[in-house]
Design a protein around this ligand. Structure first.
Ligand code: JAH
Length: 273
């Protein structure tokens, strides 16, 4: 896979040289190219921002450097026919970045990321490239950062680990909480390793029992408990058909019951008018 990133802070993306992504690059599984947006400015101060039309706080990224940068990156990309790029624009006003989107992006041959700073990029840039490219405005969560570089690090790692041959067996992704179908969209429960006792805390007996049936059941109950506590929205969204009798009993103990719509709700929820 080829990934281009256009940014005014290429040094912010140094972590792409490390660990899983760095190794994938060293092995030739991932070709990441960083570009300094200021290389496509023409004034003494290498200006990339200007005041917003209509007034208001902050600055907006000028369209011309982005247009020249993206045209140059597109012209220097993998040979035509190898597949059109997806343009990924991190923004707090984007669609949520999910495991599903990571899987979709991992199947594409070429991604171009355009992390902004200030109040974002002049709208016309996104609108212009959306006429020619698959453009995805994406948010990695409901908080505001100082720019899109950290989200690029997040998204590149989420995508890179899905590429063929990047993850070793020890870290295989079958059981990822958000892997489609893994645990019916549940969060993973706790994990333990040696020693069997640490600071007076024992590893749950069942995990040392060797009873694989009981272990699987215990893990599923823990996953349900954790999901109920941390992500009740995932329980509400969960397909009851993906759950067995024991799951339903555990959820009932946690205060959940299937509603008339077949979805889960808290048992004592008020009846809707
Ligand atoms: C902030 C440009 N979803 C997290 C996120 C993504 C992007 C930005 N902030 C938060 C951002 C300033 C300028 C992008």
């Amino acid at each position: 896979m080829r990934i281009d990133v256009v940014t005014i802070f290429p040094e912010y993306l140094e972590p792409l040289n490390v660990s899983l992504v760095g190794k994938a690059r060293a092995r030739g599984q991932l070709d990441v190219r960083l570009h300094d947006l200021r290389d496509w400015t023409h004034d003494r101060h290498r200006t990339v921002d200007d005041t917003p039309y209509g007034g208001g706080p902050g600055m907006v990224m000028k369209p011309e450097p982005w247009g020249e940068a993206l045209d140059a990156v597109l012209a220097a990309g993998p040979s035509a026919g190898d597949g059109a790029p997806v343009l990924v624009v991190p923004t707090p006003s984007g669609r949520p970045f999910t495991q599903e989107l990571a899987v979709e992006l991992a199947a594409r041959p070429w991604l171009i990321f355009t992390p902004a700073r200030y109040e974002g990029i002049d709208r016309r840039v996104i609108d212009d490239y959306a006429e020619r490219l698959d453009v995805r405005e994406v948010s990695i969560g409901d908080y505001v950062l100082a720019g899109g570089e950290a989200p690029v690090l997040v998204m590149v790692e989420a995508v890179a680990r899905l590429l063929p041959g990047v993850l070793g067996n020890a870290e295989s992704h079958r059981d990822d909480s958000f892997a489609p179908g893994a645990m019916a969209g549940l969060l993973e429960g706790p994990v333990y390793t040696k020693p069997p006792e640490w600071r007076g805390r024992a590893v749950p007996e069942v995990l040392i029992s060797g009873h694989h049936g009981r272990i699987g059941r215990w893990r599923r109950d823990e996953a349900l408990r954790r999901t109920s506590t941390h992500r009740p929205d995932l329980v509400e969204r969960c397909d009851p058909a993906a759950l067995d009798k024991r799951d339903l009993a555990t959820l009932a103990e946690l205060g959940w019951e299937p509603g008339p719509d077949g979805r889960f709700g808290r048992a004592s929820r008020p009846v809707e008018e």
